[in-house]
Design a protein around this ligand. Structure first.
Ligand SMILES: [Zn+2]
Length: 130
């Protein structure tokens, strides 16, 4: 099982326990509300905390500096599609995924003004001032 989906399960169960517990506590007459609602609340809060801390870990893994887009073909929309991703942390590098051939190219720094795909030789964009 993937950690992301199990994190979601815990988050949903935690929310369900907390919400149902709160609902029972305020709608049911005493002592039933206290007897049923309190254990649910006590069970729900730790689940929520676990789920939230897991979510933070998962988003930390996402910021992996070695991340790169998987080579894939982008849908053809009448022109050559491409995807540009610039890293947020140093060293700043930009990956360019060519939609025509699926080749992933790298450029140092931010998105270059002009880029020609190394795989198929197509000019993907040209923003250079003339
Ligand atoms: Zn290409």
């Amino acid at each position: 099982m993937r950690s992301v989906s199990s994190g979601w399960n815990i988050l949903i169960s935690g929310w369900a326990c907390t919400l149902i517990g709160t609902g029972i506590l305020f709608t049911m007459p005493e002592p039933t509300g206290l007897l049923v609602g309190t254990p649910l609340l006590i069970a729900g809060f730790p689940l929520l905390l676990v789920a939230l801390s897991r979510g933070r870990q998962a988003s930390g893994e996402k910021a992996d500096p070695n991340w790169s887009p998987s080579p894939e073909s982008l849908p053809d929309a009448g022109r050559v599609m491409y995807r540009v991703d610039t890293s947020l942390d140093k060293p700043i590098r930009t990956s360019i995924l060519c939609g025509a051939c699926g080749e992933v190219g790298w450029a140092d720094g931010k998105k270059p003004l002009r880029y020609i795909c190394a795989g198929c030789g197509i000019l993907l964009w040209n923003e250079e001032e003339e």
